[in-house]
Design a protein around this ligand. Sequence first.
Ligand SMILES: Cc1cc2nc3c(=O)[nH]c(=O)nc-3n(C[C@H](O)[C@H](O)[C@H](O)COP(=O)(O)OP(=O)(O)OC[C@H]3O[C@@H](n4cnc5c(N)ncnc54)[C@H](O)[C@@H]3O)c2cc1C
Ligand SMILES: *[C@@H]1O[C@H](CO)[C@@H](O)[C@H](O)[C@H]1NC(C)=O
Length: 604
Amino acid sequence: MFPSLWSFGRSLVRMLLTTIVTDLPMDFDTDPQLQAAYDFVVVGGGTSGSVVASRLAEVPSWRVLLLESGGSATPETAVPAFSLLAMDGDNKWDYRVAPQAHAQYNFKGHSSPYPLGKGMGGSSSINLMTHVRGNKRDYDNWAHLGNLGWDYHSVLPYFRKSEDFHGKVTNDNSEFHGFGGPLSVEAQSWSTPVQDALLDGGRELGYPVIDPNGYSQIGFSALDLTTHRGIRSSASESYLRPNIYRKNLDICTHAHVTKITFDDYNRAVGVRFLRKGEKEQEVFVSREVILSAGAVNTPQILLLSGIGGRHQLHKLGIFVNADVPGVGANLQDHPTVYGLTWKIKRGMGQNLINMVDPSVFADYRLHKRGVLTSPFGLEGKAWTSLGYTVDPAWPDLEFTVFSAHPALDNGFRIADMMGFERKFFGRYFSPLFGREGFTIAPMLTRPKSRGSVTLSSSDPTEPPIIDPNFLSSSEDVDSLIDGIKFSLLLGNTSSFRDALEAEFHDQALPGCEDLPYGGDAYWGCYVRHMTASSYHPAGTCKMAVAHDPMGVVSNRLKVRGVSSIRVADASVMPVLPSGGLHAACIMIGEKAADIIKEDWGVIF
Ligand SMILES: Cc1cc2nc3c(=O)[nH]c(=O)nc-3n(C[C@H](O)[C@H](O)[C@H](O)COP(=O)(O)OP(=O)(O)OC[C@H]3O[C@@H](n4cnc5c(N)ncnc54)[C@H](O)[C@@H]3O)c2cc1C
Ligand SMILES: *[C@@H]1O[C@H](CO)[C@@H](O)[C@H](O)[C@H]1NC(C)=O
């Protein structure tokens, strides 16, 4: 609503941070002199790309170039409590979700902003830092679909290799964790009474407290975060910063890749990019191009390079190098129901005032503890398998509990960040202005709906069309209704009612007022009006067996129809994991690097 005031606030925060945080994100904007050719060019300095580039550069004879469209991560990304600022600033693409036919009815234009990370670290520099790998069965399912080598037993070593675990080690979970890896993971050390109520409420409903990355994922949990001494450990900070001394690794920021070029045999030989927006240049590649531009931009680059469905490319006048119809198809994202809010007693929840106390900054600076170490409002998660059909240990719903609500800032900024229609927002949320409260957000772990990423234009600087096609499968609506009912049960446990005086905001939802309050039809209407993205795009260059017509990469991550290009990022996931995507993208980067080394005969 007040963007200039907001960006002024952000500048103030940045100035303040440069004086109190000693460990700000590294400056990668060194504008290096590039060589004419490299053995490997990695496109995208985000989550998977940082891992791939750093691991490939371990081979001294390989010259590796990393090209990143954005710049260095800004100071506010370092501090977990400023995660809202981080995802709203200069570290993201200005993307929106295409207008949704089946969901987001209370969002402006049935759409919303889609803040994917841009700049070093990519989405790992702006995400909420929760470390949830997903379920054993997610990866066993990838293998079951024909992707040899991606079962849980085969990927667990890479989750462990990446990790430097500082969370709580028990007899049950130690075999699942890694120690001494590049990515620091810490137990969330600050929380409000909402977290206690959550874990107690879970026990009341018969659920254990678990480590979701351990043996079983059905239960409740406080969170492990990808932080190091209370500071965000993004992929670029964890993987690239310690490798910056390597002479064979060049990192070039503000380099927006436009196209891959081929020889007459469809072998990738070069990468074109716009450096600092100036005229296009090209570097040559003697071994391979690795695309790690994320599940939106990786298919975009392939399409711009003439790899994709013939019809789509023809329409835009792009020469077809390989007819691969799966490029950009199979888009999946976890749908989340936003807006289920409870009012609570004052002093029990998260509050912006908590953060402006000078002692808070002193404590953070000296001891790396306190409210600033925790992503704003995040208290914990739960996983259930109420509607399971396959396996009761494979969660179909994840619940995130926030000690904050969308109206916490009285409509100042959060409403627009989430993309709510303003009139609706005022009508439904204004009774919560100035009130403390908590939200339970049910998220579907394995939605049935599938969407797509397509080109809007052959201009590589134009955003692609991102259509997750949320709730196009009505089964997704039914599962989310179950999710709402479980949330209501949880919010009404005596743990929440007695300790916090929790009271559900039970005003009829604008758009659903004509339906009998609280019935299935009402909650179904609520789902269609209030469901939107978790910012987890994946699947747009699906890894699949050769006879699957919609597959894009093999289990060795090689792109079909051409040679010397692989994809390593969220795009290759055939099906979403039952958690966040960050840990899985790190794992994919680690495994991709070993596959590449193996294929080139490097002993490791
Ligand atoms: C706001 C938000 C909150 C999230 N919260 C969590 C969470 O708490 N836990 C969790 O597990 N997951 C979370 N996620 C999801 C997770 O962080 C991402 O799915 C994951 O990091 C994606 O990794 P990636 O490697 O596929 O892509 P990215 O990390 O997005 O990297 C892609 C990189 O490629 C660059 N790029 C794109 N196009 C080009 C081009 N043409 N030329 C050069 N470079 C290019 C981008 O700028 C970017 O740096 C969140 C995501 C977001 C956006
Ligand atoms: C909450 O639980 C109490 C006691 O179990 C019950 O009487 C009440 O009806 C419940 N309220 C809602 C809204 O479900």
